[in-house]
Design a protein around this ligand. Structure first.
Ligand SMILES: NC(=O)c1ccc[n+]([C@@H]2O[C@H](COP(=O)([O-])OP(=O)(O)OC[C@H]3O[C@@H](n4cnc5c(N)ncnc54)[C@H](OP(=O)(O)O)[C@@H]3O)[C@@H](O)[C@H]2O)c1
Length: 321
């Protein structure tokens, strides 16, 4: 089968199109004919091998060479222990370990997959899983009138985070590169802040919630932007800050009952179905920046590595003839 192969960590030229044997599903797996796979910040990190958690797939080189976590496609065969899906079912979801999606076929346990709603294209469905589950978890508990800041809102996950926060009635400040300001307002932000222009952490006592997709400030610094009782959720970002937030976050906001913590987003079918119901219902929509065919997947990586994408980059895989 044709697949994107990544033999080393590095820049976008570390990925190329090649040929690999078609995976054979284990007894508890399904084999999917992939029709579309979308890229996330995690794919950019897994390409670079940084932060450290991007090397859980191999310290010196990727053990599983095919990148890509979010897929939509058609089940073509199932292992002997699988009863919930059958060949012909249209499914979408995240792959375990965030690997294996950028290929003509992917084998995966079915527990993370959901049935693709008939009205949703494979391309749109592939844009939902990781970004949707992050947005769903990160906005739990947001109330009407809350002031919410989303840091790193211009990339793969931001549109759904901003969209869900707005749906819940929040006043949303979105932070990203200054030249993405128009885009941030288009996805619903009430205010767009360029990170080159202003450090949002200097806005003392302004926010009920900060959702940080690209954390690089200490927990003691970020807590200053929170109102008493507010919460800072670190979703992604620098390794050092991840550990600092894990270890010192609980102490950082203690006096003013602020919560400063890392948000762990499980790969969850229930969350995927919940956020997809909101998308199908027209409440929010993923934003697709560009679509590339599989043989131009290295360009898709160059796009996310540049940071120029506004929303999701999707790779479409043509159905076999
Ligand atoms: N917590 C969990 O359980 C969990 C689960 C899955 C994924 N994740 C993580 O969640 C994150 C998901 O984010 P994503 O997919 O939306 O990432 P993304 O597509 O890489 O978007 C990040 C955005 O942040 C911008 N940015 C860069 N530096 C910034 C700065 N200093 N201040 C503000 N914005 C800045 C980037 O723009 P420029 O590049 O143009 O500057 C980009 O638009 C990833 O780190 C992923 O690993 C966490």
């Amino acid at each position: 089968m044709r697949a994107v192969i990544q033999e080393r960590y590095g820049s976008p030229d570390a990925v190329e199109l090649g040929e690999l044997p078609e995976p054979v599903p284990a007894e508890g797996e399904v084999l999917i004919e992939v029709r579309a796979a979308s890229l996330n910040g995690s794919d950019r990190e897994n390409l670079a091998g940084s932060p450290f958690y991007a090397r859980l797939n191999g310290l010196r080189r990727p053990r599983r060479p095919v990148p890509g976590s979010d897929v939509a496609g058609v089940v073509v065969s199932v292992g002997s222990a699988v009863s919930e899906y059958a060949p012909g079912d249209e499914v979408f979801g995240e792959l375990l370990g965030y690997r294996g999606g950028l290929a003509e076929y992917a084998a995966t346990p079915p527990k993370l997959l959901a049935r693709k709603p008939p009205g949703l294209s494979f391309t749109d469905a592939s844009a939902i899983p990781q970004a949707g589950c992050i947005a769903y978890r990160a906005t739990q508990g947001v109330k009407g009138g809350d002031a919410v800041l989303v840091n790193g809102a211009g990339g793969a996950g931001g549109a759904l985070v901003v969209g869900l926060a707005k749906h819940l009635g929040a006043e949303v400040t979105a932070v990203d590169r200054a030249d993405k300001a128009d885009y941030l307002r288009e996805i619903g932000a009430d205010e767009a802040v360029g990170y080159e222009d202003e450090d949002w952490a200097d806005r003392r006592g302004r926010y009920d919630r900060v959702i940080d997709l690209i954390g690089h400030r200490s927990p003691f610094r970020v807590q200053r932007a929170l109102k008493p009782g507010g919460a800072y959720l670190m979703v992604g970002g620098h390794t050092r800050i991840l550990f600092a937030t894990l270890l010192a976050g609980p102490a950082a906001g203690l006096g003013a009952k602020k919560r400063v913590r890392v948000l762990v987003v499980p790969q969850s079918r229930a969350d995927l179905e919940a956020v997809t119901a909101l998308i199908v219902g027209g409440v929010v929509a993923p934003v697709i920046d560009r679509v590339y065919p599989l043989d131009r997947a290295p360009e898709a990586f160059a796009r996310i590595a540049s940071g120029d994408n506004r929303g999701k980059v999707v790779v479409e895989v043509a159905a076999p003839r």
